[in-house]
Design a protein around this ligand. Sequence first.
Ligand code: FAD
Length: 550
Amino acid sequence: MEIKGLKVFNNKNRDDKVRSFANKKYDLIIIGGGITGAGIALDASLRGMKVLLLEKKDFASGTSSKSTKLIHGGLRYLKQLEIGLVRESGTERAVAHNNACHLVHPEKMLLPIVRNGSFSKFTASIAISVYDRLAKVKSTQRRRVLTKSKVLEIEPLLNKDILKSGIMYSEYRTDDARLTIELIKAARRNDADAINYMEVVKFKYYNEKIVGVICYDHIQDTENEFSCNHVISSSGPWVDIVTKRDRPDATSNLHMSKGSHIVLDKKDLKIQQSTYFDAFDGRMIFAIPRDNVVYVGTTDTTYSGHPDDIHCTEEDAIYLLDALKGMFNLDHLTLDDIKSSWAGIRPLIKQKGRGPTEISRKDEIFISDSGLITIAGGKLTGFRKMAKKVVDLVSERSENNFGQCQTLNYTIHHDPFNSYENYLNFVKDLQREFLHKKEYDIQHLVSTYGKDALPIIKYAEANNISIEKSQLLYTLEYECVYHPLDHIDRRTGYLFFNIQRAEKLSLTASDSILEYLNLDKSWSEIVLKETQERIKINSLSNIKENHLSS
Ligand code: FAD
């Protein structure tokens, strides 16, 4: 599949690529291909730095595919009087929407005001008005205070016994993993190198200063060295582990807070409207309709396990179901109704005496004596500002004169829409053109791949293959897929939002990948098992089976 202007980014001839990376000297090596590392790679490459991004598993396989998928100011940070954070996140929402409008969509959020809730109508109205102003929201888009009957008209499932009124306000919704991969593709357009399944296991030193990294290649089972002037660790919940590979006696800076989400079918959970509501214990929870499902989250609990081993537990799922039942008339819901789930870890900076919900979401930078620069904390929403801050620092520490940050108005997709209206019209035009193809979910395709949706469809038509296969061939050629889970989890989100399609694809994807990458048959059996195991974990099938047998 050939797409004009889009740089090939695949796992073919991997050993040649690794060898060529090993022969270069980079200005900057970035450890971790989540949103933070991806944002840094784009910022640094736009300034002319020679950049190598290294990811130990798949891009966005850490927290950056497990968030609530909102580009938001964080209303609850206003409650904690974090005015600076709210202002910055608020303005960054609009920047992200302008620079990647097929991925960052305006989303109206309903805040029901309830008896004994976190907000009264008065405080919520003032707080959201401040929130809108800090974020410079257009006057037509600012918050609206709604009567109880209007709220019930919009969301009839709300529990009218506790409902008093409501407020509708503006946020943005995204696909975190897609945003991450698009940032990496944009960095590659500016000559950055990037590779997945390459774990930094040690550092190289000269005169006690870091001059490179030593990596384990999980695909080829080899050790490789890469040289550079500066290293940034943006390894999210793995920050402490990476720091200890530089200084084994380093103390921990990280507080890991776990957040789980559950996904239900719209036919079981008929919520029409994205809602931000009080759980029975005062925490605030989101319920967000998307395609044919609604996802609900998040929990916020201290986590002390290994960051590689994270999933939604029975306790998390029951907590979220109970929270739903407290706010909506949904007494019939059980664990069996949960279609999928996910859990992630917020890599927060430790603050003495504060629990997970109270810790600031601010980011921080640490520099070790050997020169390892670590950035941690923060939010998906603030990725661009985090990148700017840390790349400014690298620039200051460099002998070369690298320019100023250029990401403020930089459109991320190689073939961007010039306005949101343009995006909406493109969707409508394709829906009209392919009306006869009921199996093409045009809205999903365009919000996933932008204008590349069209060549993906055309390739399917011209080669008489399914749209799913055409998508897979695209992600293999242009998005560095190696494992079926890379495709059904991070590149398409099917594992969360269309688990039946994920199950179907799990049976066929490995054959297509095997053929494309010319892999061994034994690989196929291993990845099929791993994929099916992951589908079981996400759909909570083990928990459901235990319930049936008890
Ligand atoms: P990660 O995405 O975890 O990336 C770190 C990467 O480093 C991983 O991919 C990992 O595999 C890699 N890595 C680790 N060690 C190595 C090594 N040795 N070598 C190579 N690679 C390595 N923010 C928002 O703005 N909006 C939200 O709606 C929102 N919701 C959230 C909900 C939940 C439940 C959680 C947990 C967080 C949420 N956040 C949200 C916060 C946001 O998701 C995170 O701040 C962000 O994703 C962190 O990105 P990161 O790149 O720093 O970390």
